[in-house]
Design a protein around this ligand. Structure first.
Ligand code: CTP
Ligand code: MG
Length: 241
């Protein structure tokens, strides 16, 4: 393990364009191995928080620390190696299925690729492709379904040794049956990693160590499922529909 995977956001305020604040004074402390869930309505700022942890954008106010080090002082390639992600929109490149899965772990063996694909419930559809693991994907996986692309991204995260994991609606395009199937794989994926999970289905965030409820870019509630239910506030409303 390269790092422990402690992630801290301190007074983070951010906007994509000047004059429009998207996140206001966000404070989060994720201990190594914890599962942190972000919930809240569309546009609340969930993806934006993970964009900042990934350093896709620079923050003006506040700071983000990994193992106590400001991410501004961590080299981008080191950050990439330490954070695995399955995002709302999938990322694949033209190359074989195998290359796409072991992206970031070029040293991975064929066995490791298959194990990762099995964790992601991707093995059976890959085997049905014309050349199996050697099938060449067109740009961004255009010859696959949206759900299949997500499964490949999950397999890529599974093969990665990154201690930090970001799951942003990671199974949103997968059918209910496959999603049920993949639950154990997702648990395996999160094991021993600091995980930030965003999911509309609140059943998948129930067991998180901390659930953070966002509204218009601000944290309005924070706690475990039981604590937030007892509180009877926004999370309770969301949960009980
Ligand atoms: N936003 C923006 N520029 C971007 C991306 C997002 O101005 N490049 C704005 C959006 O319009 C939104 C806010 O930032 O008002 C938060 O967006 P996001 O973090 O993506 O919201 P989510 O909570 O992730 O919403 P969803 O559940 O729809 O994914
Ligand atoms: Mg989002």
């Amino acid at each position: 393990q390269l790092i422990k995977g402690e992630v801290t956001l301190k007074n983070v305020t951010f906007g994509y364009v000047p004059g429009k604040t998207v996140l206001k004074n966000i404070n989060v402390k994720a201990k190594p191995g914890q599962k942190i869930a972000f919930v809240g309505s569309t546009g609340a700022g969930k993806t934006t928080i993970t964009n900042l942890i990934n350093r896709f954008y620079e923050i003006e106010e506040g700071e983000i620390l990994i193992d106590g080090i400001n991410i501004k002082n961590i080299k981008k390639d080191s950050l990439r190696r330490n954070i695995a992600m399955v995002l709302q929109d999938t990322h694949l490149f033209s190359g074989t299925v195998r290359e796409n899965i072991r992206y970031g772990r070029p040293d991975a063996t064929d066995e490791e690729v298959i194990t990762a694909a099995k964790i992601a419930c991707a093995h059976s559809f890959i085997e049905r492709l014309p050349q199996g693991y050697d099938t060449v994907l067109e740009g961004d996986g255009a010859n696959l379904s949206q759900g299949e692309r997500q499964l490949l991204n999950i397999a890529r995260a599974a093969i990665s040794k990154a201690p930090i994991l970001i799951l942003d609606e990671a199974t949103s395009s997968v059918d209910t049956r496959t999603e049920k199937h993949i639950e154990r794989g997702m648990d395996q994926l999160m094991k021993n990693r600091t995980t930030f999970v965003i999911a509309h289905r609140l059943s998948t965030v129930r067991n998180a160590d901390q659930i953070i409820v966002l509204e218009h870019g601000e944290i309005i509630e924070q706690g475990t499922h039981d604590e937030l239910i007892k509180m009877g506030g926004r999370y309770y409303q969301l949960y009980t529909g």
